[in-house]
Design a protein around this ligand. Sequence first.
Ligand SMILES: Nc1ncnc2c1ncn2[C@@H]1O[C@H](COP(=O)(O)OP(=O)(O)O)[C@@H](O)[C@H]1O
Ligand code: SF4
Ligand SMILES: [Mg+2]
Length: 386
Amino acid sequence: MSTASELPEDFLSSGTTAPLLSVKDLSVTFPTDDGDVRAVRNVSFDLNPGDVLGIVGESGSGKSVSSMAIMGLLPKNAIVEGSIRYRGEELNGRTYKQMQPFRSKHISMIFQDPMTSLNPVYTVGWQLAETYRAHHDVSKKAAWAKAVEALELVGIPQPDRRAAQYPHEFSGGMRQRVVIAMAIINDPSVIIADEPTTALDVTVQAQILDTMLRLQAETDAAIVMITHDLGVVAGMVNRVQVMYGGTVVESGPVDDVFEQPRMPYTVGLLGSVPNPASLGKRLTPIKGAPPSLVNLPSGCSFSPRCPLVAEVCHEWEPELEEAGPNHTTRCHRWEHLATVDQPQRLFLHDEIGTVENPAVFAAARPDESLEVTAAHGSLVTDEEAK
Ligand SMILES: Nc1ncnc2c1ncn2[C@@H]1O[C@H](COP(=O)(O)OP(=O)(O)O)[C@@H](O)[C@H]1O
Ligand code: SF4
Ligand SMILES: [Mg+2]
């Protein structure tokens, strides 16, 4: 197998029609004493230059493990199956060292915690310069100038002076800007940002996201924006993939997924966190906990929490199927969901304790005879009530 450094110069810059990054049926399993943790199952996506893809899902849904698999940064015991192609070149199966030519220069990553990428004992200028020198044969002076330029590019005032400072001399927001400078200094084609603003306050978050979008427009890099916060993806991405229980449960153009979600989990997610679509509405958490990745429920992994669950949902896991143009969903009952007026009300009983409009539930499960218990607002079928 050839490594990137052995590839012809023009191979990595042009000359192939393959997507920039193509992930196909990526699965990651961690063998543990308690059993196999199936952290990621059959995740697929393609990225082309300029694409901004959002990956959203609750904590533990496999977002970070997917990105670490792409970067070749998982621990050795991880079993990584499927294909990860960068401009047609297979990355899965490469050792940490064989991945080195790709990291930073072609695909770079921004972590949630800036101190994952920064070393407290070196100045930020030195660290940026060394990151640049790892892929460019230039003098220390030229690399330092490049470091200062990168700091300026990400909006750090007085970059000359700041380059000589240590990470602890920067505020949280400024430190995350340094990490972004680190991620872009080698002009990568793909930037994977894993919850890059989660630790920051809202104003700083917005500034950082603005900076990332500006850089993206200037460089035409493709971005994968990983977040549990739908507010972040709403203003930023073109496409969104929703992850649950280690797999993609819905995927599509961001406006379609927000306006016409075709998977109950997405509906629940939209109603449980603040986002533009939830303005002025109640926030309704999804009851219950994410599934155990060692013991996944049989059938649909969302079935224990799903207000639309039916018999078939326990029988087999739905395949991803087309629910609209470029819009896919993993739900046996998406066509039914599409007919539900105000689908977010499916989750309302969790929060208000009484059902405001039982007709909504009746419409949601027409094939079952329903009785709504007014006392605690839960939904009881005739079968269960006996
Ligand atoms: N090294 C590991 N060994 C065993 N399980 C792991 C390991 N790394 C991650 N996991 C598990 O994989 C699942 C997905 O984790 P992660 O991708 O970090 O979730 P997210 O980023 O969506 O919050 C979690 O259940 C986590 O505990
Ligand atoms: S398959 Fe069934 S349980 Fe899963 S999300 Fe769809 S309706 Fe709910
Ligand atoms: Mg994570």
